[in-house]
Design a protein around this ligand. Structure first.
Ligand SMILES: *[C@@H]1O[C@H](CO)[C@@H](O)[C@H](O)[C@H]1NC(C)=O
Ligand SMILES: *[C@@H]1O[C@H](CO)[C@@H](O)[C@H](O)[C@H]1NC(C)=O
Ligand SMILES: *[C@@H]1O[C@H](CO)[C@@H](O)[C@H](O)[C@H]1NC(C)=O
Length: 406
């Protein structure tokens, strides 16, 4: 699903980057005397002027939005600027940009908490902090085949020295589509600072409590399965299998059920929470056919549909994300951005606790994850999955991979 969006937008923006840089340098020369005086004043008052980066509205699925947000933060860090709190998008319409209902970042994630957790790394600012709203340099990101990663980085480095502009506003492409210059561990650090606002985390807590209570005292925690078998995904992943000459991207319901049933060390009975598209919740068939001792539930069966339905798309996805993130065991598809981001965060949590290899259940692994689209080496279960935090860019996580470290 995520990639479909990519193709739609991929080629629509015309490169004006170099022209703008040239313009910026000329403007810079013109405003220099003013800039100097201003800096002197600041120096005298002892307060360095804060500088900001502004980015376009962040769009598409929850995962694309989280990645885009982190990329914007890391770009601001590269420029030694504070990121002006961007708008996220509450809805998933992606064909017409004006239908993307903006929602302020701090309606979803805690603003102060973000800055305190990420202190010294990246920082978010508010528009009300700006001293001069017209002191802006507008920059359009380059695009197209000839706009290489190196040129993009060069552009950012040139912007780094433009201190006389209080704000640099990048226009054009959604940050999800910008070239990536940052290592996986930097993304992990930004994600770690994203904490849901209380209204939303309480909703997720209610769902988790319902899952944990489902089997009463018999429970052995819960397994969350991000089950992608809806029609849209199947069409998308079959095309992808053809294009990439791979056969391990799509999994049928039967394959997923069989692999989950064969996870070594999984204690039964256990609740299996199915994070699925609404159409599958409606048809109800996904609850049938699970091995004895694996008690499958989804939103409807749990009686939590109303909790979800009160909210727009983005919040619903954030709740489901939280429910999967808290699961004792997570099973997803290594070609899904949602699954990949979850495993990244679960892996980062383990690394913070000192676990170096977190493959499979046992050996002090607190948040084991598995990919159901890949078969375990020498077994019939899903392949254990831990994200390598040493990657030099987020490529594998943004676009999916069968290389999952275990
Ligand atoms: C980064 O910005 C801060 C505050 O604007 C400033 O004090 C600091 O010297 C800057 N660092 C670099 C390396 O430019
Ligand atoms: C704000 O910035 C603009 C553009 O740099 C400048 O022309 C203007 O004088 C500034 N206003 C104040 C109050 O500093
Ligand atoms: C696709 O993969 C199969 C087996 O992995 C290989 O035999 C075949 O040559 C590949 N086809 C193309 C067009 O790469």
């Amino acid at each position: 699903m995520d990639l479909k969006h990519l193709r739609f937008f991929g080629t629509s923006v015309v490169s004006k980057g170099l022209f703008l840089i040239a313009t910026a340098l000329i403007i810079r020369a013109l405003v220099l005397p003013w800039g100097f005086g201003h800096d002197l004043l600041e120096f005298q008052s002892g307060m360095p002027r804060m500088k900001y980066l502004e980015v376009p509205q962040i769009v598409w699925g929850l995962n694309n939005q989280k990645i885009a947000f982190a990329r914007a933060c890391l770009t601001a860090r590269l420029l030694n600027r504070t990121l002006l709190m961007p708008s996220l998008s509450a809805t998933l319409f992606y064909k017409e940009i004006d239908q993307l209902q903006p929602i302020s970042f701090d309606k979803v994630f805690q603003f102060e908490k973000f800055n305190s957790l990420c202190d010294g790394f990246v920082r978010l600012g508010r528009y009300s902090d700006l001293q001069n709203r017209s002191n802006i340099l507008v920059v359009e990101k380059g695009s197209g085949r000839r706009w290489t990663v190196e040129r993009d980085l060069g552009q950012l480095k040139d912007l780094k020295d433009l201190d006389e502009f209080e704000t640099i506003r990048i226009v054009g492409k959604n940050p999800f589509l910008w070239h990536d210059h940052f290592p996986v561990k930097d993304y992990a650090k930004v994600f770690e600072c994203l904490v849901l606002v209380d209204e939303i985390s309480k909703e997720a807590d209610k769902v988790v409590a319902k899952i944990r209570d489902h089997l009463g005292s018999e429970t052995n925690g819960y397994v969350a399965v991000h089950m992608r078998i809806e029609k849209d995904w199947m069409i998308h992943c079959k095309k992808r299998e053809l294009r990439s000459n791979l056969s391990e991207i799509c999994s049928s319901k039967d394959e997923i059920m069989r692999r989950v049933a064969n996870i070594p060390g999984l204690r039964r009975p256990t609740v299996v929470y199915l994070a699925v598209a609404d159409a599958l919740v409606e048809d109800g068939l996904i609850l049938d056919g699970w091995r004895e001792g694996l008690v499958a539930v989804e939103k409807k069966k749990l009686g939590v549909l109303e909790i979800y339905n009160k909210h727009p798309y983005l919040i619903q996805a954030a709740i489901d994300y939280e429910v999967c993130s808290s699961a004792d065991v997570f099973v997803g598809n290594s070609y899904s951005t949602f699954s990949s981001l979850l495993v990244l965060e679960r892996s980062a949590k383990m690394v913070r606790m000192g676990v170096v290899t977190g493959c499979g259940i046992g050996q002090g692994v607190r948040w084991p994850s598995f990919a159901y689209n890949l078969q375990a080496m020498g077994g019939s279960g899903p392949r254990p999955w831990m994200t390598s935090l040493s990657g030099s860019s987020l490529q594998a996580i943004s676009y999916g991979s069968s290389n999952i470290s275990c």
